[in-house]
Write a protein that binds this ligand. Structure first.
Ligand SMILES: Cc1ncc(COP(=O)(O)O)c(C=O)c1O
Length: 403
């Protein structure tokens, strides 16, 4: 079989410490080729772009390669669709700032309470400043599912933008986005899809999602701490004019990027996408073709482990899972252990050699909608490098803790 988790794990130095790294949703570890690409870029020497010498051309080449790599990863039609920034949060504020320039009192935006706050607060704050109305689509508190018809029902003739997640960072729920993005397009509104927890687990085709903008953070898929917002087409950026320095490039996507790009980290992004493309060693062809095969192999591996985790949690008395996903999910479980605070559970698991996060994970509206508040829950999140043995270690440890 081309997808060999032991061989994959051997490429990740951090995993050699023997701990179970079940916190991929908070950030995955980085494989050797990514570490090498970053240090190689520095070793070779980097200069700022625009100079008539080799080290400057090298930086420009890295930027171009990084845009092309992310375009392949999400199925964007052109590298010019890809804008880089330090984090999804900062990029979303950047895009909210420029998109809101076109909003007026009476206009409406739609957000959801399933989303991470990075895809809620920037839009809400900018809408308030513009005098626009915010409509919030709400989850079903019994299941955590976002009823798609409810979201669609909130989109009307005055809607300017719909901000919706492709995957919840705590419940793992992946809403059916197409009816939502179709309706947005029908009324002339834009859709901004948070793909931060979706991209690590799915073979992303931005056109299939119907998203006008898709946000992704490389540190959730084996890359460095760097994020990108991908426009569905490069012309989507042409009519947007963000605040920028006078001498900085007028071209897009460059005019959306502030200051000097982190060239070495961008070299790491290229290596991370190559790594994802090669996770199934049977995959052949262009990078996009290898990605298609390898992403499917990852999804199958993670689905197997997720079933084991979800079924296992249901069998541990004293563990209550939040949400009851009815449709597709990422391999992420959010739960509480009776009589113990989530942070206490995380600390106890840590003592047993497990890295499992706890808290609200910035799913701020969601933890309130679920009735658990800022204390949140415990989040076990699997990655392409997770193993059956790690899932079992977690289930055994939870059994001991809740005994
Ligand atoms: C679903 C989701 N959206 C947005 C973010 C914010 O991403 P960043 O840390 O790149 O700002 C996160 C971070 O965990 C996330 O999980």
């Amino acid at each position: 079989m081309g997808f060999d988790v032991d061989k994959i794990r051997a490429q990740y130095p951090a995993l050699a410490d023997g701990r179970a790294w079940l916190d991929g949703a908070a950030g995955t570890q980085v494989p050797e080729p990514v570490i090498e690409a970053i240090s190689d870029a520095y070793r070779a020497g980097l200069s700022n772009v625009g100079g008539p010498y080799e080290s400057s051309r090298r930086s420009s080449g890295i930027v171009a390669e990084a845009r092309a790599a992310v375009a392949d990863l999400v199925g964007a039609p052109d590298p010019a669709c890809v804008t880089f920034g330090p984090s999804m949060t900062s990029l979303t504020y950047r895009f909210a700032g420029v998109l809101a320039l076109g909003w007026n009192p009476g206009d409406e935006i739609v957000v959801t309470n399933l989303d991470h706050d990075a895809n809620v607060r920037p839009w809400v704050q900018l809408a308030q400043r513009a005098g626009a109305t915010v409509r919030t689509a709400e989850i079903d508190p019994a299941t955590g599912e976002l009823p798609v018809d409810d979201v669609v029902g909130l989109i009307g003739e005055r809607t300017k933008l719909v901000a919706v997640t492709a995957a919840s960072n705590v419940l793992g729920i992946m809403p059916d986005l197409k009816p939502i993005t179709d309706r947005a397009r029908e009324v002339g509104a834009l859709s901004y899809v948070d793909g931060v927890q979706h991209c690590p687990h799915a073979h992303v085709r931005i056109a299939d999602l119907g998203a006008d903008f898709y946000a992704t953070s490389a540190y959730k898929w084996a890359g460095p701490h760097l994020a990108a917002v991908v426009a569905a087409d490069p012309w989507g950026l042409e009519n947007l004019h963000p605040d920028k320095l006078k001498p900085s490039p007028e071209s897009s996507p460059e005019r959306f990027e502030l200051g000097t790009n982190p060239f070495a980290a961008m070299a790491g992004v290229v290596a991370a996408v190559e790594h994802l493309a090669d996770l199934d060693t049977d995959a052949t062809g262009t990078r996009a073709e290898r990605l298609a095969i390898s992403r499917e192999a990852v999804a199958a591996h993670e689905a197997r482990l997720a079933t084991r985790l979800f079924d296992g949690l249901a069998g541990v008395s004293g563990v209550r899972r939040h949400g009851a996903p009815q449709g597709p999910t990422t391999p992420t479980a959010f739960f509480s252990v009776q009589g113990k605070a989530p942070a206490e559970v995380s600390a106890a698991l840590s003592e047993r050699g497990l890295n499992v996060s706890a808290g609200h994970s910035y799913a701020w509206e969601l933890v309130h909608a679920l009735g658990i508040g800022p204390e949140g829950g415990v989040r076990a999140s699997l990655s392409h490098y997770s193993t059956t043995e790690e899932v079992d270690r977690l289930l055994t440890a939870l059994g001991e803790l809740s005994a």
